[in-house]
Design a protein around this ligand. Structure first.
Ligand code: FES
Length: 273
């Protein structure tokens, strides 16, 4: 059992939990994820490790309550435990060798962006960070990102905080201003990552995205998480979750992500009644 030792509400539907998992904390690197199951009847869900403390033997997970399982997870409190926690899984992100990096996070993707931003900053890169959300209440980790960024830019779709508009508005401004950017890392909703990939392609700047494909086993066996990258089938769980954004077929990913929407809505409506 993996005990929750800290819980924090980051935004109305966004929660943070710190979980005792010494074996995972000892090996995890930025970009790795875990698969968890709350109880014996629960589905397995992947969550990227947002932070870790090797000394305490804990990992931090941040999730948005979007479906049945994440809502159930959000109801757990400090002292409760998860039944299974498997990881670290996936390929970790290459951090060394970059001098100037723009990190772009949208919505809950900012939680996944944070460990990469921190790692680039600690490795000595100049880090320009952009984070955005629909509205002020949904912005997360601003202080944490500020502490590991040389410059931090904030956007909201409705203009309630920071720049009124999209993260790509600021990304374009920064790419116009800096001609020495080595890498853009974009993590968030699929349309946002697609827009960042298209923009960076125009500027000839490498763009890494982190894909949130549907996962089942997390070991490359079931094929549930397959995505098309550079015209080839890749498995997000073992080949990713980070891929070259210029090669990802985002339209195919959006199609696959919508497959289970109806089923999820049915499960949630049954739970309410
Ligand atoms: Fe089954 Fe990736 S989750 S192959």
């Amino acid at each position: 059992m993996y005990r929750i030792i800290r819980k924090k509400v980051l935004a109305p539907t966004m929660k943070l939990i710190e979980v005792e998992a010494p074996d995972i904390a000892a090996k995890v690197l930025p970009g790795n994820f875990v698969i968890l199951r709350i109880d014996e009847k629960g589905e397995r869900i992947p969550l990227t490790v947002a932070d870790y403390d090797r000394k305490k033997g804990t990992i931090t997970l941040i999730f948005q309550e979007v479906g049945y399982t994440t809502k159930h997870l959000g109801r757990l409190e400090e002292g409760d435990a998860l039944l299974d926690l498997v990881g670290p899984l996936g390929e970790h992100m290459q951090i060394e060798g970059y001098k100037k990096v723009i990190c772009v996070g949208g919505g809950s993707g900012t939680a996944l962006l944070y460990p990469k931003t921190k790692a680039f900053y600690e490795a000595g890169a100049k880090v320009l960070t952009i984070t955005g959300a629909r509205t002020k209440e949904l912005l997360i980790l601003l202080d944490e990102l500020d502490a590991v960024s040389d410059e931090l830019y904030v956007t909201t779709d409705d203009g309630s905080y920071g720049h009124h508009g999209f993260v790509t508005d600021i990304l374009k401004e920064l790419l116009d201003k800096h001609d020495d950017v080595d890498l853009v890392v974009a993590i968030g909703p699929v349309p946002m990552m697609k827009a960042c990939a298209e923009l960076t392609r125009e500027y000839g700047v490498k763009c890494i995205v982190s894909l949130n494909a549907i996962m089942v086993d997390g070991t490359g066996m079931c094929g549930g998480c397959r995505v098309i990258v550079g015209g080839e089938t890749k498995f997000t769980c073992v080949d990713g979750p980070a891929f070259d954004g210029h090669l990802v077929d985002f339209d195919d990913l959006m199609r696959r992500l919508s497959y289970y929407k109806k089923h999820e809505e049915e499960v949630l409506s049954n739970e309410c009644c």
